[in-house]
Design a protein around this ligand. Sequence first.
Ligand SMILES: [Zn+2]
Length: 177
Amino acid sequence: MANTFMVHRNSPAEECFRLGNAASDEFLDAIVLAGSALAETEREKQLIIWLTLQHTNICGMGNVGFEIAEMPWTKAGFDSEKAFILRCIEAAKTKLWWDRRRYPLIEELVIPWLESFGKLVDQMTVEYVNEDELNEWLSWFPEIGKEYILRDFPTCEKHKGMLVSLYGCRLCLEEKG
Ligand SMILES: [Zn+2]
C-alpha cells in the first residue's frame, strides 16, 4: 500500500509522488529531524509538529501521504513558511540530526525522496492555502488537554531536541514499533 503526496487535491496524477510506508516514514523523519533543529518561531515549530504526525504508526498503512495544501500554512506568512520548509528539506539532504535515529537512513534512497517532496513544496502557492485546515488542527490540542504542546514546544530527552506531538516523540514511537 503506497502513500500519495501531491500539491493539492486537483493535482494531475503525473505530478503526484508515491512512496511505500517505510520509505515515507524515513524521508519524513529526515525532514522533521532537520526541522526540529532549525525551527525557531511558533509557526515554524507548528509546521514541523504537523509533519511529525504523518507516520505509519499514527496514521496507519497507506495513510501517511498528504496534500501540501493540507499543511497548516497561513496566508500572511506563507512565503516565509514555505521558505522554511524548503530550508528544512535542504538541511535534511545534508543529514542534519540523522544520527538521532536509531537505525541509519540510507542516503542514496532518502535524498532522492527528499528532492521529489521538495518539488511538490516548491509548487505550492498561496492561493491553495486554506486557513480552515490550520484552525481545525490547532483546535485539537485544547480539546484533548494538550495545548501545552503548542505553548511550550516540548522536545524528546532521548532524541535530543526532537519536537514532540500529541502522540509523543515520533522516533520513540518508531523504535517501539
Ligand atoms: Zn524520542
